[in-house]
Design a protein around this ligand. Structure first.
Ligand code: ASP
Length: 442
């Protein structure tokens, strides 16, 4: 039990922020597991470490001055007996590895490790108990896909045993160890995932995630100015919105906590008294609520196929899907008519020439006619538990787009009725989000 609290790069960017973080950790005795990021802010230490790693890989001389200046400034701002963090970093930089990705991870992970060691020392010097716990010590084992490691299932038991007896653990986010003992990082923003793994392992009552925003907005603030905050959202709603471009919480990080039904509480470090956003398994939509959020994602390619009597040809869809699989392309959506079908997929998957070969194969093996693929498509996703069984929602969504002169290219409503996804040209995507937000929220 106890709370697991994750503090992102903003919350650990400098000595002032670290003091606020420590105050929050210490203000509640049940905050037993604090996961911290590398110093963030304008100059992310993780990026600086990555640059240094790249220099070594390219055979150039490294220069860790920016990094040592950063940690010196943090330590003197905190007024602690300095922790030597640079000897270990220099040792790692010196020890070049044949495997560039593995070497890069070992260096990039050091921002969180050094910061966590310093924060633990600061809390101890304030007269409170706190212990730095390394992912190796707590048995956070991960796959060896460097830069995109995944936790191994045995990690959860290991972590539970390692942390059970601790009063207050300060844990670096973002990395674990492979079975062979190498450091491997999660994807960027991966401290969220470390927090989720610890929260799940410890059966925490809540997984707090401290950031620099009040919570999750109903739309991307880059598209809608000052969107209304979401108070409660389910994991599934968030998953739909995150996939479609909501960058508040690392996508993979919901899975370990959602599997256990542990609520996630997003909170603002600058306003600890405000409510933030609660991400939960179940919630009852308010009577006046229809949509929870709206987002969009660009970069989709659409291929249209035509064939007479397509609808009565058994196995047509399976064959088309098999061809896509053969080209290693994951399908996003399929929209079908009676004699036609559109396949929608992310165009970043296309390697040189793939589309030409793919088109020929589809044509030949399906006996279908194909039109010129279009490459400038976006998907807009309207999400909300409140939409379920409410008549007229789709009418209002498409009415709003129609009034703004936005052409809808494809429509897909999920069987769960908590999302309506539709395709528009990339140039209209942001307008569609604004129109729908105005229709339902303003
Ligand atoms: N420091 C890492 C990054 O910049 C991980 C994190 O902050 O979550 O991606």
């Amino acid at each position: 039990m106890g709370k697991t609290s994750k503090f992102g790069g903003y919350a650990t960017a400098n000595s002032e922020q670290i003091k606020k973080t420590a105050k929050i950790v210490l203000s509640d005795l049940t905050r037993k597991y604090a996961i911290v990021s590398a110093p963030g802010g304008e100059e992310k230490i993780t990026d600086t470490l990555k640059n240094q790693a790249n220099r070594v890989i390219a055979g150039e001389k490294y220069d860790p001055t920016i990094i040592s200046n950063k940690f010196d400034a943090i330590q003197s701002g905190l007024g602690i007996h300095p922790v030597d963090v640079m000897t270990e970093l220099e040792r790692r930089l010196h020890e070049k590895d044949q495997d560039a990705a593995r070497f890069s991870d070992k260096i990039m992970a050091y921002g969180e490790e050094a910061n966590a060691r310093i924060i633990a020392q600061y809390i101890c010097e304030q007269g409170f108990e706190a212990e730095y716990v390394d992912p190796k010590e707590m048995g956070l084992l991960v796959t060896s896909s460097y830069g995109n490691a995944q936790p191994l299932p045995e990690s959860y038991n290991n972590i539970r045993h390692a942390l059970e007896s601790k009063t207050r653990a300060i844990i670096p986010g973002f990395f674990g160890y492979t079975r062979e003992g190498h450091i491997a990082t999660f994807s960027r923003g991966g401290s969220d995932l470390t927090g989720a793994i610890v929260a799940a392992a410890m059966d925490s009552e809540v997984y707090e995630n401290w950031k620099d925003v009040d919570g999750i907005g109903m739309a991307n603030p880059k598209i809608v100015k000052k969107p209304k905050k979401i108070d409660f959202i389910t994991y599934r709603e968030l998953r739909e919105l995150s996939y479609m471009g909501f960058g508040v919480f690392q996508e993979e990080a919901t899975f370990p906590v959602a599997a256990k039904g542990i609520p996630i509480h997003l909170r603002n470090l600058e306003k600890p008294d405000t409510e933030g956003t609660h991400i939960v398994r179940y919630r009852m939509p308010r009577d006046d609520e229809i949509i929870t959020g709206v987002s969009c994602k660009k970069g989709f390619c659409i291929i249209d196929l035509y064939k007479d009597l397509m609808n009565s040809e058994i196995g047509f869809l399976a064959k088309a899907a098999g061809i896509m699989e053969g080209y290693n392309l994951s399908i996003e959506h399929v929209a079908s008519g009676i004699d036609s079908m559109s396949i929608i997929f992310e165009k970043k998957q296309l390697k040189n020439g793939t589309i030409d070969n793919l088109m020929h194969t589809l044509e030949r093996e399906l006996g279908a006619q194909l039109s010129e693929p279009s490459y400038d498509n976006a998907l807009v996703c309207v999400v909300g538990l409140g939409m379920k069984q409410k008549p007229g929602v789709a009418g209002r969504v498409f009415g709003a787009c129609c009034r703004a002169g936005i052409n809808i290219e494809m429509i897909n409503q999920g069987a769960s009725e908590i999302n309506i996804t539709f395709g528009v040209k990339e140039s209209s995507a942001e307008d569609a989000v604004r129109e729908i937000y105005d229709e339902f929220v303003k």
